[in-house]
Design a protein around this ligand. Structure first.
Ligand code: COI
Length: 385
């Protein structure tokens, strides 16, 4: 039986988990929204009919998993997250394959990363299996919202926030995990076209010992000022350098950074200041599969600029769930600007994008089992639950 069989107005979705079965209460919206056409999708502007929610209370643990109509929260103005940003999130996508099957891309890895982000913010552990079930349950209920056009997907945003109304600075005693879903097109207006980035030695995104490797709200808040300044100077994003010497590449915008100098593909190592990107990992795996030399090692901005000047910097791109890959066509640092690959998408960047996307839409084999078909579940009426 599949999730499509749920037709009772108020029922439960059951998952036979590794430990105990989970029952997720479902209350369907009486007023389904009109879905936008696949052609008009932007990033993160419209949301599906439902959301998943589970709450945490000290002494009781996580309780009451449920799917409810998409709705606003009614938070006390003193709610901890509004003041001290004790919040984590993740982002993953569900795709409608060319065979019509809906698949999640590496959902287990995203669930595990959310759990690690929670740890870093002192948020009580969520069972990664429950997070996974929330993905399947919400996508199952709102599966008509998974767009089908190439380049589109249903973006899932699992989030945990501290909900205790309290102005002292300490971990909250209550939390809400919620999952919302948004049918999306490309993240950047440029699509897969090259963007201009500005390396900054004036601002930093994260420092060693900080929270750079957690997907937490404050990291994104910390990026906005520099991003706005870069935009005023005609760039799309900021290339972040390390927080100590302001020399070594960290991340680009909200993505991991990769470049190709000569025959070597280089990306900064995971030393605590950068997010362990799922797309980063997928791309490194593909590079190894293809017998390419891919190194996770520190790389200094002056070496990148020198490689650009002598022509050995052949390609540069960002990697992330939202955009998959985003080629860099121009790089600015201090008062110098260099053009990369004639300002065009490089052949390896394009090949990596095509390979990942082909797996996501099931146009190609999935040798590493990265995609997970929407899981089947059993449904029962409340009365028989
Ligand atoms: C991603 O590249 O997937 C991101 O993290 C972007 C997101 C914050 C919108």
């Amino acid at each position: 039986m599949g999730l499509a069989l749920i037709d009772d107005r108020d029922g439960f979705i059951w998952f036979d988990g590794a430990s105990a079965p989970t029952a997720i209460a479902v209350s369907r919206t009486p007023e389904p929204k009109v879905r936008p056409a696949d052609d008009n999708l932007q990033f993160g502007t419209v949301f599906t009919d439902h959301m998943f929610r589970i709450d945490y209370t000290e002494g009781r643990g996580w309780h009451d998993p449920r799917i409810v109509p998409y709705q606003a929260f009614d938070f006390d103005p003193a709610t901890a997250v509004l003041h001290y940003a004790q919040a984590v999130f993740d982002g993953l996508k569900a795709f409608r394959g060319v065979d019509g099957t809906i698949r999640l891309f590496r959902p287990t890895k995203h669930a595990q990363r959310l759990v690690r982000s929670c740890e870093k913010l002192c948020i009580p552990a969520l069972d990664p299996e429950l997070i996974l079930q929330s993905f399947h349950a919400l996508v199952g209920i709102d599966q008509a919202w998974v767009p089908g056009k190439p380049g589109t997907a249903l973006y899932l945003r699992p989030t945990v926030v501290a909900t205790e109304p309290f102005l002292g600075v300490r971990p909250s005693n209550t939390y809400t995990y919620f999952l919302i879903a948004s049918p999306v097109g490309s993240y950047y207006a440029e699509g897969i076209n090259p963007v201009k980035i500005l390396a900054t030695d004036k601002y930093v995104r994260a420092v060693k010992g900080g929270m750079g490797d957690a997907k937490t709200a404050a990291n994104y808040a910390a990026s906005i000022y520099a991003a706005v300044e870069a935009k005023h100077l005609g760039f799309t994003q900021v290339l972040w350098l390390d927080g100590v010497e302001h020399r070594y590449l960290d991340e680009v915008g909200t993505m991991n950074i990769m470049l190709k100098i000569g025959d070597e593909i280089i990306t900064p190592p995971l030393t605590g200041t950068i997010l362990p990107g799922v797309t980063r990992d997928s791309i490194l795996t593909l590079c190894h599969d293809w017998g390419l030399k891919a190194s996770e090692r520190p790389i200094a901005i002056e070496d990148v600029m020198a490689a650009a000047r002598d022509g050995s910097l052949v390609e540069m791109w960002g990697t992330g769930t939202a955009a998959v890959v985003s080629p860099v066509g121009e790089l600015g640092f201090r008062d110098e600007r260099v053009i990369i690959n004639g300002g065009k998408t490089g052949p390896l960047t394009q090949k990596l994008y095509d390979a990942i996307v082909a797996i996501q839409y099931a146009r190609a084999a999935d040798p590493h089992s990265w995609t997970m078909p929407l899981r089947t579940s059993q449904t029962r009426k409340t009365a028989t639950a």
